[in-house]
Ligand binder design. Structure first.
Ligand SMILES: Nc1nc2c(ncn2[C@@H]2O[C@H](COP(=O)(O)OP(=O)(O)OP(=O)(O)O)[C@@H](O)[C@H]2O)c(=O)[nH]1
Ligand SMILES: [K+]
Ligand SMILES: [Mg+2]
Length: 450
């Protein structure tokens, strides 16, 4: 597998389509275009050509050819795109024709992007953003992924690294010219600047993990006593029968999770087993007891808890569920179709909504309230979050720790060493150092043709 190989692959989706795109990257690209299209079209302009099989000259299809000479291409190498009719036989013939040319081979998953990275066209954080952009299901995910793919984190890392390098230069000058006349301020200034950077990084680490949640989905859990209608609400919100509903208390055992797009935000909505007070004392079916254990774990991990009660029990809500109420929750009085009169609009200071999973009353209001809660989580500075993955967060934490150690270092030489470690941690974010082990993991997430 050498960079001398020229890669090709179907870059649009698999299966029949109106138009399919086949990409090619590497030194033999120009020869491949000439072999199929007869000539090399003007760079970066779509040109209509008959594409012929180089073996027997038969016309495979008429299509658009785009020629992107390196290094100004996506991969940094010579590249071409063939846009042809997306029939299976057309693609088989075109891919076969390309494979027959010397120096060309089918690309592996993520290999185009890997070359873009190897040629310095993208840093590692941007590669991750690109993977997220391809996977984005909702509008908010798309915005965040695009900002990452366009180098948002890479620019921040470049700024932090430049500041650290200036600090390190002063400390190294203090070491190298220890015997000479140096300004007294050199080391104290370096220490002060290092501390300023450290506190900025700590503030970033302490901000909520918005970026990670936006990639994975905000975790919303439906919790409450058995038969309150949690599974019915899950189905109503998901608009499909994802969970089993029955009049038997204790129907749901395992956590049932559905992915929802709420106003452009990704949610992971979980239905859980009904909670009962002191399950270990009542002789509960062990399967249901395990279900309750899982419900409580889900409550713990949830970003937002929807506590569902039967409206008939609003006067004395079940204590096991009541115990979970906190500022991250919303109370739902379900089955209002069965009760008369108004229900309290809060419970222990937590806002409460009245609704009916059966009639649909109040569901639109629930979605509005939920969206407000979700927006409050995501829209804190109005800007795209810098950190979107645990890997990036860990590297920033390593950098901040090294800076904290630097502040404690008694000796100038140790101070310099910690600053170098801090710089190294930043280099890991963009893939400048310690990159080999990571690459396979990151590029594996891509599909062939990307
Ligand atoms: N009348 C009325 N019945 C409802 C409503 N929501 C749910 N039910 C009924 O209440 C019963 C229990 O509903 P589920 O959705 O299974 O309740 P659950 O909270 O998931 O129950 P467990 O999984 O056993 O904890 C079923 O017979 C539902 O049809 C509602 O809004 N109005
Ligand atoms: K039930
Ligand atoms: Mg249920």
């Amino acid at each position: 597998m050498s960079a001398e190989d020229t890669l090709f692959a179907l870059s649009s989706g698999q299966g029949r389509a109106g138009v399919a795109v086949v990409r090619c990257s590497g030194p033999a690209t120009a020869a491949a275009v000439r072999a199929l299209a007869g000539d090399l079209p003007e760079p970066r302009r779509a040109s209509l050509r008959a594409l012929r099989h180089p073996g027997d000259g038969r016309v495979i299809d008429h299509g658009l050819v785009l020629w992107f000479p390196g290094p100004g291409s996506f991969t940094g190498e010579d590249m071409a795109e063939f846009q042809v009719h997306g029939g299976r036989a057309v693609l088989t013939a075109l891919l076969e024709a390309l494979a027959s040319l010397p120096g060309l081979r089918l690309a592996e998953a993520g290999e185009f992007t890997r070359r873009a990275f190897d040629n310095g066209r993208l840093d590692l954080a941007a590669v991750e953003g690109l993977a997220d952009l391809i996977d984005a299901d909702t509008e908010a995910q798309r915005r965040q992924a695009l900002a990452q793919a366009e180098g948002l984190l890479g620019r921040a890392v470049a700024d932090w690294s430049a500041r650290l390098t200036r600090i390190l230069a002063r400390v190294e000058a203090a070491i190298d010219f220890a015997d000479e006349e140096l300004p007294d301020e050199l080391l104290p200034e370096a220490a002060r600047d290092a501390e300023m950077l450290r506190s900025e990084l700590v503030a970033l680490l302490e901000s909520p993990p918005t970026g990670e949640r936006l990639r994975e989905g905000l975790r919303v859990a439906l919790l409450g006593p058995p038969n309150a209608g949690k599974s019915s609400l899950l189905n109503a919100l998901a608009r499909r029968d994802a969970a089993i509903v029955s009049e038997r208390a204790g129907t749901t055992r395992d956590v049932v999770e559905v992915a929802l797009d709420l106003g452009g935000y990704p949610l992971l909505l979980a239905d859980t087993a009904g909670l009962r007070a002191a399950p270990e004392e009542s002789n509960l079916d062990p399967v249901e007891a395990e279900g309750i254990r899982r419900s409580l774990a889900r409550a713990e991990a949830a970003d937002i808890k929807l506590l569902v009660f039967d409206a008939a029990e609003a006067a004395a809500p079940d204590p096991a569920s009541f115990a979970l109420l906190d500022r991250d929750s919303l109370v739902l009085w379900n089955k209002v179709d069965l009760v008369e009169g108004n229900l309290p609009d809060s419970l222990d200071g937590v806002p409460a909504l009245s609704l009916s999973a059966r009639s649909g009353a109040g569901l639109a209001e629930l979605e509005r309230r939920l969206l407000t809660l979700v927006e409050a989580r995501f829209e804190h500075a109005g800007e795209a979050p810098l950190l979107t993955r645990a890997r990036q967060r860990a590297a920033v934490a390593d950098c901040a720790e090294a800076l904290a150690r630097a502040a404690q270092a008694g000796e100038t030489a140790l101070f310099a060493e910690d600053l170098r470690l801090a710089l190294r941690a930043l280099g890991r974010i963009v893939g400048r150092v310690d990159v080999e082990a990571l690459l396979d993991i990151i590029f594996r997430d891509f599909c062939i043709g990307k």
